[in-house]
Each structure stands twice: as C-alpha cells, then as structure tokens.
Design a protein around this ligand. Structure first.
Ligand SMILES: [Zn+2]
Length: 138
C-alpha cells in the first residue's frame, strides 16, 4: 500500500495530534504511523461523544473504550500495554486533578475527585487500580 516506507511531512500533517518528538519515533514505520493516526481520530470521536453526554454510565462506558485505544497505542509505539502510563484523567468531563495525576504517571497511584462522574465509580472496581486510589472530597 505504501510506496515509501518513510514518514514524510505530508503524513505528519494529516495527524497533528501525534507527538513526533516521541523518542521511539524514528523506529515507527509508515504503516504503524497511520494506525496510530487512525486511533487518535477514533479517540477524538469518543471524546466528542463524551462532551455531548452527562450520563455517568455512558461516560464510563466511553472512557473504557478510550482505555482500550490507549492499550493499542502503547503497543503500536512499541511498549507493553500498561495502565500505569495511561493519561486516563485527560478524558472530557473528568474532574480529577490533572496536575496530581500527571505527577503519578508510572505509579499505581490514582487521585480521584469524589465529584468526578467517571472515575469515582469506574476505577473503584477496576482490577488495575485497586487499593491505591486516594480520594479528594470536592
Ligand atoms: Zn476523573
């Protein structure tokens, strides 16, 4: 399908959300690059759906889809799928502290705001995030 295996500027322009400074970038081939790009678009579509709903149940359902996409992306970038490196707090309508959770990326800690319509329920029974959840009353 791809004549040229190298990623060119015109490819990059199609998916501005892809972080090209990513350190493994030189090892990503064109086919993988496009797979990543399409997953980014899919994630934006899910984000749009999340922006349109206030149903906690629906938001949780959609955020689970985001998690699945994140796992796929990690694998495409050449990593093992690992929940610790998800930016789970970046989804629309999440009220958890981005700053605190950003600091805890790579650890088991997740700081959940009680008023978050997604994570106060979603992560409770989540097998990846048991017992390390610190709660903030807000
Ligand atoms: Zn949240």
């Amino acid at each position: 399908m791809f004549k040229n295996k190298y990623i060119e500027q015109s490819d990059l322009d199609k998916f501005p959300s892809i972080n090209v400074t990513f350190f493994r970038f030189p090892y990503i081939n064109k086919k993988t690059f496009y797979k990543i790009g399409k997953l980014h678009l899919k994630r934006f579509e899910i984000y749009d759906l999340m922006k349109k709903t206030d149903s906690s149940q629906r938001l949780i359902q959609l955020s689970k889809k985001v998690t699945k996409i994140e796992f796929k992306l990690q694998k495409l970038w050449g990593f093992k799928a690992n929940i610790k490196f998800h930016r789970w707090f970046d989804v629309p309508k999440c009220k958890c502290s981005k700053l605190d959770n950003e600091e805890n990326i790579g650890s088991n800690f997740k700081i959940i705001t009680n008023s978050c319509p997604i994570h106060q329920l979603h992560l409770q029974g989540n097998r990846y995030a048991k017992s390390y959840i610190r709660r903030y009353k807000k």
